[in-house]
Ligand binder design. Structure first.
Ligand code: ADP
Length: 671
């Protein structure tokens, strides 16, 4: 079983150079940096992949554009060649018109982008056209006459197809190709084919191309002339432009890639990465808060522990913890000092403990067992322990259950006080008190010497007179035996009286332990008055007893109570020694007080002396307080001890008529 927390001073860690909070801040900062770095790396990786992809897309796009441009060029050139062939055939054939119609239609049928083929003679007059209606020359063209003439001229001069600028028709944007017809070397006319740009794109751009890219034909100013797709690819997409020649005139083919499908997934991944990083950062922040709280709790705990340790170390009371098996799990420095063993020697010790006194082994073991069973006296118990050196000491032990943080009973904690010094002091005080009591008795004795002489005088005088009487009778011979025996009996009574007086004095002076016996309080009062009466008479003081025939019995030490009464009466007599004659009266009053708890007898010693001022009353019962030059000041102190020994009380009150009242209460058994 592990020792309970108080027994674990080893848990206290040495002070650190940097606080745990600083350390955790560092640790968390590094963690945060690592997460940020990881996030940056991931984002760069995604960015690089994307760049790579864009680059790849761009190369593919360029290749595709070049391919398209080439394909369109081949197609236009192929058409031009076919027109040249028709032109050649027209020059050689006789049946020109049917030939033009057949070949022209064939060409139109195979090339949907071709809108019309016209045939002009050398003077640029329309000869025929396909579709085959004879139309005014410029019906199908929006080109200016000058442009047409220019094109015819250039074509005839170069002897090869010539393309025109684009022009707009209600349906489309068109351009034309002019192919000269030569008969031998003589210019014989022109074949003109009109292309619809939109139709060209529609027919010649394959579907897969249109799916990947947006294709637009731009004029020299960059304005769009035709487009394959209406869907906008977006400004940020990869785009490439290439000259559209033929037909030329600064026309451009502009191809823009649609966003690649993968980019959505990439965006998703990127978003997830950012979210994940945010979550990690948030959890780091949360963990930081948690660590902070935990560390401050730890700090508080450490402070608390240090405080408690300092408190324990400063204790002069020994503390010792034992587990449920009785093994010592903790001993504080005060206990170690008390028994002379080190904490290392004590912790882990099992009964019989090294500090158990061999001569009290059985009793100690019994007490130990009682503690383990939870039957230790709540008010503590006294026990004798042995120091390492073999000396013994008395200890007062209080045991309390040891409860851990989970509320489980894990053992017993004892607080141990070395009471050797206190006991010694108590013993010394008791002895001193006894001595003082004896001294006080002797003092009282001295004062009573005259009283005794007076008291003994009476019986002795009586004995002497009875003795003389008897002798006279014997000598005269005139006596009856009855007379003699009566006188001798009286003599005996007086001798017994004298003996009692002497015994009482002897009892009074003899040092003896208090002996409680059944006695009569009225008799005690009478005896005490008897002792002091003559001294009172000497000072002209009358003692009045108010007992009203009561004879209450109580268990008491008669001599001690007499001593108390004698003391109080002596003080009262002394207090009234200077009083006027009418006040020289000492009353001793006995009465019974009944209450619910017990029956009490009350004795009041009432004088009419000068009284006692309040500041003196406060000190009255303290030892050695006296206002008299030769007074010992022990009387009232001892009186109170005696009354308290009898479970009674003694206090002083002011006499309303002037003077002092000393009040004694004593419990008597219920009738
Ligand atoms: P002691 O008589 O030796 O002085 P006590 O303890 O009997 O010692 O009394 C202490 C003091 O109390 C006396 O010195 C006296 O001043 C005061 N005292 C006691 N009884 C009376 C009393 N009845 N009236 C006035 N003073 C008293």
């Amino acid at each position: 079983m592990n020792p309970p927390s108080p027994a674990a001073p080893a848990l206290i860690k040495p002070p650190r150079r940097s606080t745990p909070l600083q350390w955790s801040n560092w640790y968390l900062t590094i963690l945060k940096l690592a997460v940020a770095l990881l996030l940056a790396l991931l984002i760069s990786l995604v960015w690089l992949l994307r760049q790579n992809e864009i680059e790849e897309q761009r190369s593919t796009l360029i290749a595709d554009v070049l391919w398209l441009e080439q394909s369109l060029r081949f197609h236009l050139e192929g058409n031009a060649e076919q027109l040249q062939q028709i032109a050649l055939d027209l020059a050689q054939d006789k049946a020109k018109t049917p030939l033009f119609q057949i070949r022209g239609r064939h060409l139109l049928k195979n090339n949907q982008e071709l809108q019309q083929i016209r045939w002009l003679d050398a003077a640029a007059r329309p000869l025929d056209s396909v579709p085959s209606q004879t139309a005014p020359r410029n019906e199908y063209t929006a080109l200016s006459e000058a442009a047409v003439t220019q094109a015819i001229e250039t074509a005839s001069k170069l002897g090869k197809p010539v393309y025109t600028e684009t022009y707009r028709t209600p349906d489309s944007v068109q351009f034309e190709v002019y192919v000269p017809v030569f008969e031998g070397s003589k210019f014989h006319g022109t074949l003109i084919a009109a292309y619809s740009l939109n139709a060209l794109l529609k027919e010649q751009v394959p579907w897969w191309f249109a799916e990947k890219y947006q294709l637009r034909v731009l004029d020299a100013n960059g304005s769009p002339l035709a487009s394959k797709s209406k869907v906008d690819a977006g400004a940020t997409s990869v785009s490439y432009q290439v000259a559209f020649d033929p037909p030329g005139f600064g026309m451009q083919l502009q191809v823009t890639a649609y966003r690649i499908a993968g980019s959505v997934a990439q965006t998703l991944i990127l978003t997830l990465i950012v979210l994940l990083a945010a979550a990690v950062l948030w959890s780091l922040w949360a963990v930081r808060g948690l660590i902070k709280r935990r560390l401050s709790a730890e700090q508080a705990l450490r402070a608390e522990h240090a405080f408690r340790k300092a408190m324990e170390d400063s204790l002069t009371i020994g503390m010792r913890a034992r587990d449920l098996a009785g093994r010592v799990t903790y001993a504080n420095p005060a206990f170690c000092q008390m028994v002379g063993f080190s904490a290392e020697e004590l912790v882990g010790a099992v009964p019989p403990m090294p500090y158990w006194a061999p001569e009290e082994m059985e009793q100690t073991q019994a007490l130990h067992n009682a503690v383990m069973e939870g039957n230790a006296p709540r008010e503590g118990f006294e026990i004798r322990f042995m120091r390492k050196g073999g000396s013994r000491f008395d200890a007062l032990v209080y045991e309390a259950p040891l409860i851990d943080a989970d509320g489980r009973h894990t053992g017993w904690m004892a607080s141990i006080v070395d009471v050797t010094a206190r006991k010694r002091a108590e013993e010394l005080a008791r002895q001193q008190q006894e001595k003082l009591q004896l001294t006080s008795r002797l003092v009282t004795m001295g004062e009573m010497a005259s009283t005794l002489a007076h008291e003994l005088n009476q019986p002795l005088a009586a004995i002497t007179s009875y003795n003389t009487g008897c002798l006279n009778k014997l000598e005269s011979g005139a006596f009856t035996p009855d007379e003699l025996s009566g006188a001798l009996t009286k003599l005996g009574v007086q001798a017994q009286r004298a003996g009692r007086i002497i015994r009482r004095v002897h009892d009074f002076v003899r040092k003896s332990e208090p002996k409680r016996a059944a006695c009569d309080l009225a008799e005690i009062i009478d005896d005490s008055i008897g002792f002091i009466e003559s001294a009172a008479k000497n000072r002209n003081i009358r003692i009045v007893r108010e007992i009203q025939g009561m004879r209450p019995e109580l268990m008491a030490d008669q001599v001690m109570l007499e001593q108390v009464l004698l003391n109080l009466m002596r003080n009262a007599i002394e207090a009234m020694s200077d009083a006027p004659p009418e006040r020289r009266r000492l009353i001793v009053k006995l009465s019974q007080i009944e209450n619910q708890i017990e029956n009490q007898m009350e004795i009041r010693v009432i004088d009419r002396g000068p009284g006692i001022p309040p500041e003196v009353q406060e000190k009255l019962f303290t030892p050695f307080f006296s206002t008299k030059p030769e007074g010992m000041g022990m009387g009232l102190n001892i009186c109170r001890s005696i009354i308290e020994f009898h479970q009674g009380r003694l206090w002083v009150e002011d006499n309303p008529q002037g003077g002092t009242i000393f009040v004694i209460t004593l419990p008597i058994g219920l009738p």
